[in-house]
Design a protein around this ligand. Structure first.
Ligand SMILES: [Zn+2]
Length: 68
């Protein structure tokens, strides 16, 4: 038996946070626009690697947080 009052919740693919599947979560399945952009960036980085261009200079990666 289904309960219509129970909101469907998915996990943000980027950070794993619970995201309600509804109009209140415009970035679903991501919890926020930031996580959505991070995921897109990961895809872009994968394509970059697949292209055969091995980035030797890791510091040029804008997605990589700077070392403390
Ligand atoms: Zn997230």
């Amino acid at each position: 038996m289904t309960s219509p009052d129970t909101p469907r919740v998915v996990k943000c693919p980027t950070c794993g946070a619970a995201v309600e599947w509804g109009p209140q979560s415009p970035h679903r399945p991501f919890c926020s626009e930031r996580c959505r952009l991070i995921d897109l960036g990961a895809w872009a980085a994968d394509e970059y690697r697949v292209a055969g261009e091995t980035p030797l200079d890791d510091q040029s990666d804008p997605l990589r947080p700077p070392p403390h």
